[in-house]
Design a protein around this ligand. Structure first.
Ligand code: SF4
Length: 328
């Protein structure tokens, strides 16, 4: 098996097939890339696009988000799910604005010290926004690497040391293709974003000066999202099928996972919390939802009361004498 050939074939596939998401191809600032990654953590990227676009128009940088009223931030998060992420993102924005003069820090340690930013998001920002050579490890990448190089199904759960070692081993070296080092070093700067603005389509990674490790991370992740999916991989159309150990082995244990299947949404606290927040988002700014109206949102009053209390604990709503409202 030739690792370089796999990397080149995946890169060519990425070049021709990558989804044209607005934060890709150098069109977003590092802060915009970070926002896209936080929004995509529990939500499909295609669903994130309209939210991200509105969000970045309204709050184009960390300082703007830091100064926004909480209620507006929660409302703009809309139906992206897990709304505590919105508040964590605003906390992150405050630290970036105050401690880093509104510029996202560039080191792994500084990024992971920001509120709500873990290993995956920090690595993704370093690779996709700053062009640094670092292995990005998410569910899709773990699945593809495990299948292609080890011939076994990735079973979920926490990333194992072996998976991390595999991701580091397979990360291509960074010889820059078709550009000088200054271009890549400037990746993510305001100037780079302007210079890379795409008119009428995607720009070649050669013209963007994208490093091989960045292309690798993006292409493996994209393959896992659209071709090498968990349950129904499209091996017939896969650009690296000839080199895939999992396919050669007859796809043993396809779709098996170590983790338990996801809890159904219907009837869960997540659903009830979502109903309460949706009702509050529909009110005019600053308005209160009378308690008797809130009580009609869900039949099980004990579950409803617990969910309202948990939303209050999370800082997502305020409980007043007469009702509920989004935090000011
Ligand atoms: S051949 Fe099939 S299992 Fe292997 S990487 Fe491609 S889609 Fe995934």
């Amino acid at each position: 098996m030739n690792d370089t050939a796999i990397s080149l074939r995946l890169g060519a596939w990425w070049e021709a097939n990558a989804r044209d998401l607005p934060w890709r191809f150098g069109r977003a600032t590092p802060w915009g890339v970070l926002v896209s990654e936080v929004m995509s953590q529990q939500t499909q990227m295609s669903r994130v696009v309209p939210y991200w676009t509105d969000w970045m128009e309204r709050w184009p940088d960390a300082r703007a988000l830091a100064e926004a009223p909480k209620a507006e931030v929660i409302t703009a998060w809309g139906r992206l799910g897990y709304p505590r992420r919105a508040l964590r993102l605003q906390e992150c924005a405050r630290v970036v604005a105050e401690d880093y003069a509104d510029k996202l820090p560039r080191t792994y340690d500084e990024l992971t010290a920001l509120p709500g930013i873990g290993d995956y998001t920090a690595s993704a920002v370093m690779s996709f926004a700053f062009g640094e050579r670092i292995a990005v490890i998410d569910t899709n990448i773990r699945r593809v690497l495990s299948r292609v190089f080890l011939g076994v199904e990735s079973r979920g759960g926490a990333t194992s040391p072996a998976e991390r070692a595999l991701a580091n081993r397979m990360l291509p070296k960074d010889e820059i293709l078709g550009c000088d080092a200054d271009v890549a070093d400037n990746a993510g700067s305001a100037e780079h974003v302007v210079n890379s603005t795409i008119r009428g389509g995607k720009r070649s990674r050669l013209h963007r000066g994208e490093r091989p490790s960045v292309t690798w991370n993006q292409s493996v992740m994209e393959l896992g999202a659209v071709i090498c999916t968990a349950k129904s991989p499209l091996c017939d159309t896969c650009p690296i099928a000839d080199d895939c150990a999992f396919l050669k082995a007859g796809r043993p244990g396809l779709g098996e996972r170590r983790t338990r299947p996801r809890q159904r949404f219907q009837g869960t606290d997540r659903q009830v919390r979502g109903l309460v927040l949706a009702a509050l988002r529909e009110l005019p700014a600053g308005a209160t939802l009378p308690r008797e109206d809130a009580d009609k949102l869900w039949k099980d009053q004990i579950q409803l009361a617990a969910c309202i209390a948990s939303l209050d604990d999370d800082g997502l709503i305020e409980i007043l004498d007469g009702g509920l409202r989004l935090p000011s």
